[in-house]
Design a protein around this ligand. Structure first.
Ligand SMILES: [Zn+2]
Length: 80
């Protein structure tokens, strides 16, 4: 029965590799609605379009700002 288990295991590995290969080759397309999503500036509480926002790396992911000035103030505050 070992041969059958090995065959099943190999088949599973092949399927996973093929799925990964296909997933990697597929171009990532985001709908326009997602790109134009409004994000909130944590400094001045202004809503800005994500595509035009100033982005900085925060603790929980990217943080968006209306301007470089707000981004500067935010990093100054979080660094203490
Ligand atoms: Zn701002």
């Amino acid at each position: 029965m070992r041969a059958v288990q090995l065959a099943v295991f190999i088949a599973l590995v092949v399927v996973i590799v093929v799925m990964l290969y296909r997933a990697r080759g597929r171009p990532v397309r985001r709908p326009a609605a997602l790109r134009d999503e409004l994000v909130k500036d944590p400094v001045c509480q202004t809503y800005v379009v994500r595509a035009r926002a100033v982005t900085r790396a925060g603790l929980d992911g990217p943080v968006y700002f209306c301007s470089a000035e707000c981004a500067r103030r935010y990093t100054a505050e979080t660094r203490g």
